[in-house]
Design a protein around this ligand. Structure first.
Ligand SMILES: NC(=O)c1ccc[n+]([C@@H]2O[C@H](COP(=O)([O-])OP(=O)(O)OC[C@H]3O[C@@H](n4cnc5c(N)ncnc54)[C@H](OP(=O)(O)O)[C@@H]3O)[C@@H](O)[C@H]2O)c1
Length: 181
């Protein structure tokens, strides 16, 4: 699946130092409060400016429904879910599996895809579909929660591209998946 797709896929996500993207109940205050204390947009505007399609799991889509305004106006949004009703939200396209999603993105001519949500990122990594990851780490251990990483079906060699240190001890590193290693 890695070779025959016309798009690049990137992750841009915030984590606790112990590797969680949300508390088990979905709480993100531990992350957003530290992101705000860093006093910077942490490179998000530059990143999202280069994105033409966003892919997320239902677990990320549903809490995001509270955002007002909708943050992805003008961008194709694809939600992976086996349970969401088709057509219930005209702003998104629902895909039932990864193969269908990759076909859909390819048919739409997507070039630069933002992949969001822990389970979905792991599914993309297992399928060899991630090209780059920017991981913003905030200085806190939350002990338990929803993980970013887990089994990905084998080692994923990475090339370190850059690291930036922001205020409030927020550290951001970008890696490319190293397909030559
Ligand atoms: N820290 C951050 O920067 C950040 C970023 C994004 C999200 N979050 C938070 O992370 C939490 C969600 O993450 P998560 O890992 O639990 O969930 P997720 O990856 O966003 O969504 C998981 C859901 O996506 C669907 N799914 C995943 N893989 C699939 C596949 N291969 N085929 C079909 N459907 C698939 C399933 O939905 P169905 O059950 O409907 O089948 C699954 O329950 C939320 O609390 C969100 O706010 C944090």
């Amino acid at each position: 699946m890695t070779a025959d797709r016309p798009f690049k896929a990137a992750v841009f996500i915030g984590i606790s130092l112990d590797g969680f993207i949300a508390r088990e109940d979905g709480d993100l205050h531990w992350l957003t409060s530290r992101g705000e204390a860093a006093g910077d947009d942490l490179g998000y505007d530059a990143f999202i400016g280069g994105i033409d399609a966003v892919v997320m799991g239902r677990g990320t889509y549903e809490p995001g429904l509270t955002y007002d305004p909708w943050p992805h106006e003008g961008r194709h949004v694809a939600v992976l879910s086996t349970t969401l009703e088709d057509g219930a939200d005209p702003r998104v396209s629902v895909y039932r599996d990864l193969d269908g999603l990759v076909r859909g993105l390819s048919e739409r001519g997507a070039k630069s895809v933002y992949v969001d949500g822990g389970q979905v990122i792991r599914a993309f990594l297992r399928a060899g579909l991630i090209d780059e990851m920017t991981i913003t780490t905030v200085p806190v251990l939350i002990g338990t929660g929803l993980p970013l990483f887990g089994p990905v079906g084998g080692d994923v060699p990475l090339a370190h591209l850059s690291t930036r240190v922001f205020g409030a001890g927020v550290v951001q590193s970008t890696y490319a998946v190293d397909r030559q290693a």
